[in-house]
Design a protein around this ligand. Sequence first.
Ligand SMILES: *Cc1c(COP(=O)(O)O)cnc(C)c1O
Length: 430
Amino acid sequence: MKTDRSTVLFQNSQKVIPGGVNSPVRACKAVGTLPRFIHRAEGCRLFDADDNAYIDYVGSWGPMILGHRHPAVIQAITEALARGTSFGAPTDLEMELACRVIEAVPSVEMLRMVNSGTEATMSAVRLARGATGRDIIIKFDGCYHGHADTLLVDAGSGVATLNIPGSPGIPASVVQHTLSLPYNDAEAVRSVMAEKGKDVAAIIVEPVAGNMGMVPPAPGFLETLRAVTQENGSLLIFDEVMCGFRVAYGGAQSLYDIRPDLTCFGKIIGGGLPVGAYGGRKDIMSQIAPEGPVYQAGTLSGNPVAMAAGLATLEQLRQPGVYDTLEKRSGRLAEGLAAAARRNGVPASFNRVGSMLGMFFTDRTVENFETAKTSDLPRFGQYYREMLDAGIYLAPSQFEACFVSLAHDDAAIEQTIQAADVSLAALSNG
Ligand SMILES: *Cc1c(COP(=O)(O)O)cnc(C)c1O
């Protein structure tokens, strides 16, 4: 595969952008390869600067659930562009998108738009602290809630990929009220809440975890979080930035039938443009300025072009049969990959909820960050490079999820399974 142009672009980028990238995992350090510079995308495919084509399972890290350049999204963006790119004033589009999210997600009664998932979780945490008058936040190891100071403790995603405990630049005093517990460990939560519950502002969780690879909630785990927060007057925040509109139209909370107090969104609700949002109970959301005292603002929040892309995306996802199609294709992919691993004698463990998948190179069942870390990372790197050479674009880290979109047709899925069979055979021989 020719990579001359990506090579030169990466050399030049490294001179002007730290690490040559604007988000760490993109540099492909953990998988020992050169990042491919993407030139364009269409449907389920990416095309790089050397015009190599790849079947894309990153989907811009989640947003591209319809595939790239979906005609309805492009049309909505084009129409919005004709009216202007930013007004810094209220618009019909942001109100409509808020209505759409509120209709879809039963626990959400009011919604505030922001520009990224990081802003959504950061603001939800401030609101939870402001509304309860308490300081402690409980999170879970391997969950990633964006890069805000308070939440960057034992985090997943890039922090896990680079194997760093947290980050310099975050004073200990800022994270002294953040506790991180093992994911899916209901007992640990009960015991910490028994001791500190009355000082806990909120528990924040990825109800389907997608930033330590893909890890589903164990039966009863989310129910325990709901119960102990209610008992202690603490809030439950679902970070559905990744799984919202992904695992079901109404998100993980509709799939598992739990109503959190606050929910964070991002990724899919922006249809590929930068959007985040947080919402929930009206009495809590009313605490936000200017209705209440908790301050949060944004110059470009509710940007009309981004709102249009989000609205068009949700309109497509609302059509009947959409999530059945995603389930069928993702199921076929997971089955095919598992069969290929067995055939080639490669120990592998699979997790899947809808179109979010995780494949770990371990014989352990992966149910938290500790078991995720039993994956053979050099082997993952080798698999990643084999797949890339075969034209399959996976997330360049074991600690990221894999996404199937509506544009992944049966032919693309079969091509992927065949590529995996060949790649896994190369591992077992090498
Ligand atoms: C991606 C992600 C974030 C951060 O969103 P950004 O838009 O990258 O700031 C937060 N929480 C979860 C669960 C995510 O997957």
